[in-house]
Ligand binder design. Structure first.
Ligand code: FAD
Length: 297
């Protein structure tokens, strides 16, 4: 059982995020993606969780399969809003029994009932889930961070203050994606000002489809800078050129983050491998784990 906190204590990590597939065909595609990415020797991979428990079994099954059968350290995302404490408790027991020891503790988005009102929940914020997981013992706990502030935060100051409190109770954070290094660097500085120096892994989303990323960025509260939008707009009719530019920009972003001392890189793969593999090649990484203690130059 590998704890991500221990990996981070001994060097930089490289990780890939997947979502649980809905169909047999999508499951086969994910299997292929994992096989294509495995030679990069990731430190760990993570699997998202549908808010309110909509992917509860699928997420659990994919995480346990990766951990037990594929042999890569796996982290389960887990959202608490909309769940009872008893439900969370039994899922944590299942993970523990299966040897899964890493959880990304999330609030999730508010669950809305049939009449459109926000449903009552035993959980309000991610910190309550962090506390519950910590009380179970043995798990390494990650939390979510938003470099440009969570969309529900009234201001950046309160966002950073709540994040510092949450992260101080956990082992590490993973950020929402962003497109230039400054929001990440300001986040790390802002947390330090609140006395929090736990590792913050930058989340990287290579642009492979500009319209899709603009939509994601709006939802995630991440600014897609106008000068980058203009570069993608200029080549919008050429899918290959968009992908190539997305990989080039993400590679530059990763290198800058590593140069600035980021504790690792976390890739939002959208269950595909090509862009992530191309970025690894651009960074001169063939196998991550064997060289994690030093920054790729
Ligand atoms: C790396 C990453 C992975 C993610 N994976 C998933 C996933 O798998 N499934 C999914 O559904 N969603 C996922 N999300 C999205 C996340 O669930 C949403 O952003 C959700 O709306 C908030 O979750 P949180 O854990 O950041 O919440 P919290 O940390 O609880 O924060 C939510 C808001 O409440 C504020 N807040 C926190 N504590 C307090 C307090 N004590 N008093 C007042 N305000 C407070 C915060 O400032 C913030 O504005 C992910 C996000 C990231 C960055």
């Amino acid at each position: 059982m590998t704890r991500i906190a221990d990996l981070l204590a001994s060097g930089r990590t490289c990780s890939f995020e997947f979502f649980p597939p809905k169909t047999d065909e999508a499951a086969r595609a994910l299997e292929q993606t994992i096989a294509d990415l495995a030679p990069l020797d990731p430190s760990f991979v993570s699997v998202t969780y549908g808010a309110g428990g909509s992917t509860r079994e699928r997420t659990r099954d994919v995480v346990i399969n990766i951990e037990q059968n594929i042999g890569i350290t796996a982290m389960a995302h887990l959202t608490c809003v909309g769940h009872t404490r008893a439900e969370i408790d039994s899922l944590l027991d299942e993970y523990k029994a299966a040897g899964v020891s890493n959880i990304l503790a999330l609030a999730g988005d508010p669950v809305v009932d049939d009449s459109g009102d926000v449903a009552e929940s035993e959980f309000g914020f991610a910190t309550e889930l962090v506390e519950m997981i910590a009380a179970k013992g043995d798990f390494s706990i990650g939390v979510a961070a938003h470099p440009e502030g969570h969309p529900r935060s009234p201001d950046l100051y309160s966002d950073r203050r709540h994040l510092a409190d949450k992260l101080n109770m956990a082992d590490f954070a993973i950020t929402q994606f962003f497109f230039e290094p400054e929001p990440y660097l300001r986040l790390v500085e802002g947390l330090a000002a609140f006395g929090c120096t736990k590792p913050v892994l930058p989340g990287i989303m290579p642009v492979t489809n500009a319209a899709q990323v603009v939509r994601f960025a709006e939802l995630a509260g991440a600014a897609f800078p106008a000068h980058l939008v203009a570069r993608f707009d200029a080549i919008a009719d050429d899918g290959d050129a968009v992908r190539a530019l997305g990989v080039e920009l993400a590679s530059e972003l990763c290198q800058r983050l590593l140069d600035e001392g980021a504790p690792g890189l976390h890739f939002y793969t959208l269950n595909r491998s090509t862009a992530t593999r191309e970025i690894a090649t651009n960074l001169g990484i063939d196998k991550w784990a064997s060289r994690s203690a030093e920054a790729p130059k």
